[in-house]
Design a protein around this ligand. Structure first.
Ligand SMILES: [Zn+2]
Length: 218
Protein backbone atom coordinates (compact mmCIF):
# COMPACT_ATOMS: atom_id res chain seq x y z
CA UNK A 1 0.00 0.00 0.00
CA UNK A 2 2.81 2.40 0.99
CA UNK A 3 4.69 1.69 -2.26
CA UNK A 4 1.62 2.52 -4.35
CA UNK A 5 1.00 5.73 -2.39
CA UNK A 6 4.60 6.76 -3.11
CA UNK A 7 4.11 5.91 -6.77
CA UNK A 8 0.95 8.04 -6.96
CA UNK A 9 2.76 11.03 -5.43
CA UNK A 10 5.74 10.58 -7.75
CA UNK A 11 3.69 10.42 -10.95
CA UNK A 12 1.33 13.19 -9.80
CA UNK A 13 4.29 15.52 -9.29
CA UNK A 14 5.65 14.47 -12.67
CA UNK A 15 2.36 15.49 -14.36
CA UNK A 16 2.75 18.88 -12.70
CA UNK A 17 6.38 19.24 -13.73
CA UNK A 18 5.45 18.35 -17.32
CA UNK A 19 2.93 21.20 -17.28
CA UNK A 20 0.13 18.69 -17.83
CA UNK A 21 -1.77 19.91 -14.77
CA UNK A 22 -1.54 23.02 -12.60
CA UNK A 23 -0.60 23.03 -8.92
CA UNK A 24 -4.09 22.12 -7.68
CA UNK A 25 -5.52 20.32 -10.74
CA UNK A 26 -5.94 16.73 -11.86
CA UNK A 27 -6.08 13.48 -9.94
CA UNK A 28 -4.68 9.95 -9.83
CA UNK A 29 -6.12 6.88 -8.16
CA UNK A 30 -5.11 3.24 -7.80
CA UNK A 31 -7.21 0.25 -6.78
CA UNK A 32 -5.80 -2.42 -4.49
CA UNK A 33 -8.46 -5.08 -3.97
CA UNK A 34 -11.48 -3.25 -2.56
CA UNK A 35 -9.47 -0.22 -1.47
CA UNK A 36 -9.04 2.83 -3.69
CA UNK A 37 -6.11 5.17 -3.04
CA UNK A 38 -6.61 8.69 -4.34
CA UNK A 39 -4.92 12.07 -4.48
CA UNK A 40 -6.60 14.50 -2.04
CA UNK A 41 -8.66 17.52 -3.01
CA UNK A 42 -6.94 20.91 -3.23
CA UNK A 43 -3.45 19.98 -2.06
CA UNK A 44 -0.29 21.53 -3.40
CA UNK A 45 1.61 18.90 -5.42
CA UNK A 46 4.96 20.24 -4.30
CA UNK A 47 4.22 19.50 -0.64
CA UNK A 48 2.11 16.36 -1.14
CA UNK A 49 3.28 13.35 0.91
CA UNK A 50 2.39 9.65 0.54
CA UNK A 51 0.56 9.72 3.91
CA UNK A 52 -1.77 12.40 2.49
CA UNK A 53 -3.12 9.98 -0.14
CA UNK A 54 -6.74 9.24 0.73
CA UNK A 55 -7.90 5.64 1.30
CA UNK A 56 -11.52 4.80 0.59
CA UNK A 57 -13.73 1.81 -0.17
CA UNK A 58 -15.52 1.23 -3.49
CA UNK A 59 -18.50 3.26 -2.21
CA UNK A 60 -16.31 6.29 -1.51
CA UNK A 61 -16.28 5.97 2.29
CA UNK A 62 -13.00 7.49 3.44
CA UNK A 63 -10.93 5.54 5.97
CA UNK A 64 -9.10 7.33 8.76
CA UNK A 65 -7.87 10.32 6.80
CA UNK A 66 -8.75 13.93 7.49
CA UNK A 67 -8.27 14.92 3.87
CA UNK A 68 -11.04 14.64 1.30
CA UNK A 69 -10.44 12.78 -1.96
CA UNK A 70 -10.40 14.75 -5.22
CA UNK A 71 -13.86 15.98 -6.25
CA UNK A 72 -13.75 13.57 -9.22
CA UNK A 73 -13.57 10.47 -6.99
CA UNK A 74 -16.98 9.22 -8.20
CA UNK A 75 -15.68 9.18 -11.77
CA UNK A 76 -12.73 6.99 -10.70
CA UNK A 77 -14.93 4.61 -8.67
CA UNK A 78 -17.41 4.30 -11.56
CA UNK A 79 -14.58 3.30 -13.88
CA UNK A 80 -13.28 0.61 -11.48
CA UNK A 81 -16.80 -0.79 -11.20
CA UNK A 82 -17.17 -0.89 -14.99
CA UNK A 83 -13.72 -2.39 -15.58
CA UNK A 84 -12.49 -4.73 -12.83
CA UNK A 85 -9.26 -5.29 -14.82
CA UNK A 86 -8.16 -1.70 -14.18
CA UNK A 87 -5.74 -0.86 -11.39
CA UNK A 88 -5.22 2.87 -11.91
CA UNK A 89 -6.85 5.99 -13.39
CA UNK A 90 -5.21 9.31 -14.32
CA UNK A 91 -7.06 12.55 -15.04
CA UNK A 92 -5.26 15.56 -16.56
CA UNK A 93 -5.97 18.84 -18.33
CA UNK A 94 -3.00 18.58 -20.69
CA UNK A 95 -3.06 21.32 -23.32
CA UNK A 96 -3.22 19.51 -26.66
CA UNK A 97 -5.61 16.76 -25.56
CA UNK A 98 -7.77 19.41 -23.87
CA UNK A 99 -7.80 21.43 -27.11
CA UNK A 100 -9.51 18.46 -28.80
CA UNK A 101 -11.86 18.19 -25.80
CA UNK A 102 -12.68 21.89 -26.10
CA UNK A 103 -13.36 21.50 -29.82
CA UNK A 104 -15.52 18.44 -28.97
CA UNK A 105 -13.51 16.31 -31.41
CA UNK A 106 -12.05 12.84 -30.98
CA UNK A 107 -8.34 12.40 -31.70
CA UNK A 108 -7.98 10.27 -34.79
CA UNK A 109 -4.95 8.05 -34.32
CA UNK A 110 -3.08 7.13 -37.50
CA UNK A 111 0.33 6.77 -35.89
CA UNK A 112 1.37 3.13 -36.36
CA UNK A 113 2.97 2.29 -33.01
CA UNK A 114 0.46 4.25 -30.97
CA UNK A 115 -2.31 2.38 -32.81
CA UNK A 116 -1.05 -0.91 -31.38
CA UNK A 117 -1.21 0.30 -27.81
CA UNK A 118 -4.12 2.73 -27.81
CA UNK A 119 -6.39 1.69 -30.68
CA UNK A 120 -7.63 3.85 -33.51
CA UNK A 121 -9.30 6.78 -31.85
CA UNK A 122 -9.49 8.63 -28.57
CA UNK A 123 -13.22 9.42 -28.31
CA UNK A 124 -14.72 12.50 -26.70
CA UNK A 125 -17.42 12.04 -24.00
CA UNK A 126 -20.36 14.45 -23.92
CA UNK A 127 -19.97 17.37 -21.52
CA UNK A 128 -20.77 16.78 -17.87
CA UNK A 129 -20.39 19.26 -15.04
CA UNK A 130 -17.11 18.52 -13.21
CA UNK A 131 -17.56 16.58 -9.97
CA UNK A 132 -21.00 15.23 -10.95
CA UNK A 133 -22.11 11.84 -12.30
CA UNK A 134 -22.73 13.48 -15.71
CA UNK A 135 -18.94 13.56 -16.27
CA UNK A 136 -18.86 9.78 -16.68
CA UNK A 137 -22.26 9.16 -18.33
CA UNK A 138 -20.50 7.95 -21.51
CA UNK A 139 -17.93 5.73 -19.77
CA UNK A 140 -19.83 2.48 -20.26
CA UNK A 141 -20.05 3.14 -23.98
CA UNK A 142 -16.37 3.92 -24.45
CA UNK A 143 -14.53 2.02 -21.71
CA UNK A 144 -16.68 -1.14 -21.86
CA UNK A 145 -18.46 -1.46 -25.23
CA UNK A 146 -15.60 0.06 -27.25
CA UNK A 147 -12.92 -1.23 -24.86
CA UNK A 148 -11.00 2.08 -24.77
CA UNK A 149 -8.42 2.95 -22.13
CA UNK A 150 -8.41 6.70 -22.85
CA UNK A 151 -11.20 9.24 -23.41
CA UNK A 152 -11.53 12.99 -23.66
CA UNK A 153 -14.06 14.82 -21.47
CA UNK A 154 -15.73 17.58 -23.54
CA UNK A 155 -14.73 21.12 -22.44
CA UNK A 156 -12.64 19.61 -19.68
CA UNK A 157 -9.70 17.21 -20.19
CA UNK A 158 -8.43 13.66 -20.46
CA UNK A 159 -8.93 10.38 -18.56
CA UNK A 160 -6.66 7.36 -19.02
CA UNK A 161 -6.66 4.01 -17.27
CA UNK A 162 -4.35 1.03 -17.00
CA UNK A 163 -3.38 -1.97 -14.94
CA UNK A 164 -1.21 0.20 -12.67
CA UNK A 165 -0.21 3.84 -12.12
CA UNK A 166 2.80 3.60 -14.41
CA UNK A 167 0.66 2.37 -17.30
CA UNK A 168 -2.19 4.87 -16.79
CA UNK A 169 0.42 7.66 -16.57
CA UNK A 170 2.19 6.52 -19.75
CA UNK A 171 -1.13 6.54 -21.60
CA UNK A 172 -1.83 10.11 -20.50
CA UNK A 173 1.61 11.03 -21.77
CA UNK A 174 1.10 9.18 -25.07
CA UNK A 175 -2.34 10.69 -25.76
CA UNK A 176 -1.00 14.19 -25.12
CA UNK A 177 1.86 13.53 -27.53
CA UNK A 178 -0.54 12.12 -30.12
CA UNK A 179 -2.78 15.20 -29.80
CA UNK A 180 0.26 17.44 -30.28
CA UNK A 181 1.50 15.51 -33.33
CA UNK A 182 -2.01 15.60 -34.83
CA UNK A 183 -2.29 19.38 -34.45
CA UNK A 184 1.17 19.82 -36.02
CA UNK A 185 0.27 17.46 -38.90
CA UNK A 186 -2.88 19.50 -39.50
CA UNK A 187 -0.71 22.62 -39.84
CA UNK A 188 1.30 20.73 -42.47
CA UNK A 189 -1.76 19.97 -44.55
CA UNK A 190 -3.46 17.17 -42.61
CA UNK A 191 -2.89 13.63 -41.39
CA UNK A 192 -2.47 10.81 -43.88
CA UNK A 193 -4.51 7.70 -43.01
CA UNK A 194 -2.77 4.35 -42.57
CA UNK A 195 -2.64 2.38 -45.85
CA UNK A 196 -5.57 0.07 -46.70
CA UNK A 197 -5.47 -3.01 -44.46
CA UNK A 198 -2.79 -1.41 -42.28
CA UNK A 199 -5.24 -0.62 -39.51
CA UNK A 200 -6.62 -4.20 -39.48
CA UNK A 201 -3.16 -5.67 -38.88
CA UNK A 202 -2.54 -3.19 -36.07
CA UNK A 203 -5.98 -3.85 -34.61
CA UNK A 204 -5.15 -7.56 -34.28
CA UNK A 205 -1.80 -6.75 -32.64
CA UNK A 206 -3.55 -4.20 -30.40
CA UNK A 207 -6.00 -6.91 -29.22
CA UNK A 208 -3.03 -9.20 -28.46
CA UNK A 209 -1.23 -6.55 -26.41
CA UNK A 210 -4.39 -5.75 -24.44
CA UNK A 211 -5.06 -9.41 -23.76
CA UNK A 212 -1.50 -9.84 -22.45
CA UNK A 213 -1.90 -6.77 -20.23
CA UNK A 214 -5.06 -8.26 -18.74
CA UNK A 215 -3.35 -11.59 -18.07
CA UNK A 216 -0.51 -9.81 -16.25
CA UNK A 217 -3.14 -8.05 -14.12
CA UNK A 218 -4.76 -11.38 -13.16
ZN1 LIG B 1 -10.58 17.94 -14.32
Amino acid sequence: MQRIKEEIVRYFRRLYEQGTINLFEGNISARVGDVVLMTPSQQNKETLLPEMIVEMDMEGNVKGNVLRPSSEYRMHLALYRLRPDLGAVVHTHSAFASAFALAGKPIQNDMAEMWMFYGGEIPCCAYGEPGTDAVFADFERYFVKEDKDAVLLANHGLVTAGRDVEQAFSKAEAVEKLAKITVLAQLLGGEQPLPPGGADVLLARCAEVRQKNREVRK
